[in-house]
Each structure stands twice: as C-alpha cells, then as structure tokens.
Design a binder for this molecule. Structure first.
Ligand code: CAA
Length: 381
C-alpha cells in the first residue's frame, strides 16, 4: 500500500499548516483559558473551503478525500485540539451522513450552507442511558400528520448550541433494537429543540458540549435521512470516518507535544549540556516519535481504505485506539521532558494532556474500539 501523499494532498497539507500556524496557534491558549467558542477560526477555516472538505463540488464543497480531511484535522490539533474537534464533528459525523445518505433534494437543501460554513453541524446520538450501547435509544420519533414527533434527551453533544443542523438518531420502533433506529436532520432553530448549559470540562475548553432536549419536536418526513430503520447503520458509518478524524486529532496533539519536547530538550541545559544529550531524554523522544508516526500511518491507512471504497471499519477503530492511547502517553512523556515547566499552565503541555484524555473517550471509548476490532478478527457479532 502506498502511503505517500499526492501533490494535491501535499498542497492541502501546506494550506492547512499555514492556516494553523498563522491563525490557530496565536489563539490556542486564550481559547483554553476563556473557554470561548472560536467562531472566528471556524469562519476562517470556512473561508478556505475547509468546512466542505468532504462535500462534493457539485454541492459547493471541495470534494476532497478522507486523507486530506485527516491532514486538515491533524494540523489544527497540533495547536488547538478544541478547534480541531469542532471542525472534525462538523465535517465528519455532522455533514458526511447527508453526503452519503441524503436524497438529491436534501443534499441540495443542506450541503451548500454546510460546505461554506454558513451552517455548523452536530451529531446527536449519545443519551444519558445509551452511550457505548448506542442501539438502545430512548429518544422516540412517532409519525403524526406527515411529521415525526421527537421526544428525548441527548448528552455530550459537540457543537450543541452553535450548530444550525443536528443529525439526530431516534427510535421509530423500540422493539426492533438497532433496526428500529432512524436518522433525522433537525434544524437548530426548531422550537422543540433546546440546548442545556455548556458542560465545564477537564479540557477541550473551546468546544461547546451540552445536552440537547427534544420535546414534541416536529420534524417533517422529508427531513428523515435514509429509510426508517436505517439510522443505526447511518450512525455507525458516520462514526467509522469520524474515528479517522479523532485519530488525526490525536496525532496532531502528539506531534505538537513532540515538537515542543524536542525544542525544549535542545535548549534546556543541565549538567553543563543540553538535556538532549542525555540518553534518558533521547529514549523518551525516540519512543514518542515512533508512536506519533505509527499512529499517523494507521490513520492514513484507514483514510486510504475509505477513499478506495474498501471496508475500513476495523482499521478506523485500530487507528482511533492506537492514536488516542498514544496521544495520552506522548503528551504525558513530553510534559515530563519539560519537567516543572510542563506542569505550568503557562505552557501548552498541560493543556495537551487535558485535551488528549477526551480522545480516548468520545466517538466510541477505546474499550468499544477493541470490541469492534475483536468482532471483525474473530468473526463474531
Ligand atoms: N457500518 C455499517 N453498519 C454497521 C456498522 C458499521 N460500522 N457497525 C454495525 N453495523 C450494522 C450491523 O451490520 C448490524 O446490521 P444488521 O442488523 O443488518 O446485521 C447493525 O448495524 C447492528 O450492529 P451490531 O449488532 O454490531 O450492534 P451493537 O448494538 O452490537 O453495537 C457497537 C455495536 C460497536 C458497540 C456500537 O453500538 C458502537 O459503536 N458503540 C459506540 C457508540 C459511539 O461511538 N458513540 C460515540 C458518540 S458520538 C461522539 O462522541 C461525537 C462527539 O461529540 C465527538
């Protein structure tokens, strides 16, 4: 398998690297400290066409591939994982289900605004009692007079309150388990949809995560994605490529930590020489670099399989599991290289450690990734 980048992918990487260094880097610390949603950065990314990176050009998007998407998210996450997850959720689980499963009319209606960043997207699957067991949703959707009436609560919804469209998963037939789940696109200004206060989190402070309540929320039949009962499959497919994005976010976090650890080790002098000359530091740097590269290659492999139209569910789970565990390890090791300075909030390392933890949890905990991998290898369900 060829894991080198095409000239178009190299160009995209350069574009997003410039954007990340010029726009994201100077804002990253402030976003973390104030917890303000970085709408300015979302708008600037939209101005570069990045919010529609996976949307075909016929609907106003850039029509690029998942490897380009991974490059985009990695570069942003090198400096701000908060900003990366906002963009990632919009592009993948928020918008891609419409690209993949929307009717022609739905695509024409929603995709141009999503691609241009005039509308931000969110994905509402998780519920207080349905997290890892995503098939057993309590949120119901009952048909009435050409509409569905949605009732229930969603939790931990990224972009909640900021999004103009929510892909909502709800049960149209509670007796049918996964086969009774349907997907709907619900407008953020639907009077039946309300958003709770933003959660105060350990990290990812710029991202808006909150509960979403659906109370007699009337959704036109025309806003159902796919057929009734297709929702779980739609959600799982969305999460497959969402996990590529989270892997890329983790790679970016780890690469940023490694870059800072290398720079610090070359500069910091102890025992009369830069600590980079100490074997104990060299070992740490080497181990970190191997993890970052392996994580990136797993991510690129999953993205390449997806782009080739090949099965990639297991590979996306492998990438997500390895890259996010590695990001946790690498950010902690990088913090150790910086010693006391790493522990100060004046340096970005403590923020990276806080941010990395979320990656092991969302878009399927790493325990769930192991379930997905084992099922495929052992051919069990
Ligand atoms: N693609 C397409 N279809 C799939 C699929 C996939 N990747 N995975 C499963 N399916 C299909 C199955 O083929 C099956 O279809 P049939 O009934 O026709 O055979 C159906 O879906 C049910 O599949 P399972 O029997 O495997 O379902 P399960 O109930 O055993 O659950 C699970 C499987 C892997 C545990 C799943 O529930 C899961 O992934 N859980 C984690 C949920 C998750 O990732 N949540 C994250 C929330 S979003 C988020 O975090 C975003 C954010 O804000 C950052």
């Amino acid at each position: 398998m060829n894991l080198s980048l095409s000239s178009e992918q190299e160009e995209i990487r350069q574009l997003v690297r410039d954007f990340a260094e010029r726009e994201v880097r100077p804002r990253a610390e402030e976003i973390d400290q104030t917890s303000d949603f970085p709408r300015d950065l979302v708008d600037k990314a939209a101005g570069l066409g990045l919010l529609g990176i996976l949307v075909p050009d016929s609907y106003g998007g850039a029509g690029l591939d998942h490897l380009s998407f991974a490059l985009f998210i990695e570069e942003v996450a090198r400096f701000s994982a908060s900003t990366a997850v906002i963009l990632d959720v919009h592009v993948s689980v928020g918008t891609e289900p419409i690209v993949l499963f929307g009717s022609e009319e739905q695509k024409r209606r929603w995709l141009p605004d999503l691609a241009q960043g005039r509308t931000l997207a969110a994905f509402a699957l998780t519920e207080p009692e349905a997290g890892s067991d995503a098939a057993h949703l309590k949120t119901s959707a009952r048909r009435r007079d050409g509409k569905y009436i949605l009732n229930g609560s969603k939790i931990f919804i990224t972009n909640a309150g900021e999004a103009g469209l929510y892909v909502v998963l709800a049960s149209t037939d509670a007796s049918a388990g996964a086969g009774g789940v349907s997907a709907f696109v619900v407008r953020g200004d639907n009077p039946g949809l309300t958003v709770g206060p933003r959660f105060k989190k350990m990290g990812l402070n710029g991202s808006a995560i909150a509960e979403v309540h659906l109370e007699d929320c009337a959704v036109p039949e025309a806003d159902r994605l796919g057929a009734e009962g297709d929702g779980f499959r739609i959600a799982m497919r969305a999460l497959d490529s969402g996990r590529i994005g989270i892997s890329a976010q983790a790679v970016g976090l780890a690469q940023g930590a490694l870059d800072d650890a290398v720079a610090y080790a070359r500069e910091r002098k102890q025992f009369g020489k830069p600590i980079a000359e100490l074997q104990t530091i060299q070992n740490k740097i080497s181990d970190m670099a191997v993890k970052v590269r392996a994580a990136r290659w797993l991510t690129w492999q999953a993205a390449s399989l997806c782009d080739a139209g090949a099965p990639f569910t297991m590979e996306a789970s492998m990438a997500k599991l390895y890259a996010t565990d590695s990001a946790m390890e690498v950010t902690l090791e990088a913090l150790q290289v910086l010693g006391g300075y790493g522990y100060l909030e004046d340096y970005p390392m403590a923020r990276r450690v806080r941010d990395a933890k979320a990656c092991q949890i969302y878009e399927g905990t790493n325990q769930i990734q192991r379930v997905v991998i084992a099922r495929e290898l052992l051919a069990i369900s």
